[in-house]
Design a protein around this ligand. Sequence first.
Ligand code: GLC
Length: 423
Amino acid sequence: MKSHKTLIATALALGGSVAGSPAVAVELTISCGAVGAELALCEEGVAKWEEKTGHQVDIVSTPNSSTERLSLYQQILSAQSSDIDVMQIDVVWPGLLANHLLNLRDPLGEDAAAGHFDTIVANNTVDDRLVAMPWFTDAGVLYYRKDLLAKHGFEAPETWREMTDIAQEIQAAERDAGNDKMWGYVFQGRAYEGLTCNALEWVASHGGGTIVDADGEITIDNAEAARALDLAATWIGEISPNGVLNYTEEEARGIFQSGNAVFMRNWPYAWSLAQSEDSDVAGKVGVVKLPHGPDGDSAATLGGWNLAVSKYSEHPDLAADLVAFLTGKPEQKRRAIEGAYNPTIAALYEDEAVLEAVPFFGTLYDTFTNAVARPSAPTGDNYGRVSNSFFNAVHDVLSGDRGGAEALTRLDSELSRIKRRRW
Ligand code: GLC
């Protein structure tokens, strides 16, 4: 990423403003995109705003991993640097970053977020300040190979146990038939925020709760949660490659899209790419809700990204205008159709062109609106520590270093220490 911002206010040459150009063109910097087609989609949206306003926008891309992005942003913001005007922030960060972000209701008005899902607006509102505009929402879904399930006589699985068995059988049969690279299941197993999302789905869908409940009580040390993690540990080296312990979203997609996995857990963005012309699995992919445990209901972790304006921006009003443009309906519709990014504007789920491009936006609508939140609200600015402790504990179990029950008892003490000191 750039180390210095070249924030140039270029006065237009003598003669004042040309039609469509401002008298003084400003250069803003936005940090957006990384995973999949995100960067390209952001560039296209930004180019439209530049054309409309005559201002210029520099795009700074970020690391794929949400955990790495967060520490980068925390460094920039705690230095009160004006290097970046607009930042793409994760749905779990408003509480962590609010003090450094502008209240967007000031430049954009009280109705700035009208028409967007209330839950996301509430999530992005800290101490009555709207610190980010919803851009796209996310929820974990199960991708499967329709062709392979049909060939081997299976329906999409409803429980994790069924998924494990089907994965095992198809993997073995396909390997016997000559594809020795075939795996049953790929997901996000690296020790980072993505593993928190995956493991929360396993735990919640076994009836094991959400790590910390809405009142801030630590609930993770329970038998259902331990059972969920122990089941996931059996996948490693069996239906999931050992490498999954270092996979983020994109590594999982790479294996699935090249035709070498039966099932994949990922976010909706993987749909457009899996269906694209250069994909080996185009036309062969189905998407259903994630499986559940014996005593639970399917759970999808709520994800998603928002656009925020740094309090240290030298052009807050213009930066807010860029945010309003990028998060507005036409842009959200374009991103849904071209990239399968879930709109945060409810009306777009009834838009025919959107539903045609991504049919599961309709069939899985309930999954998107009932997704399970990570405990970022009750843990406030400690969420980063809580998630780090959780994904490290889960990673230990997946790596075979510890059983689920032991790992969760240790995690419980660690979270209690964090809570005593800080929340
Ligand atoms: C997706 C989600 C985001 C989550 C991340 C984890 O980008 O939208 O909320 O934190 O994945 O990898």
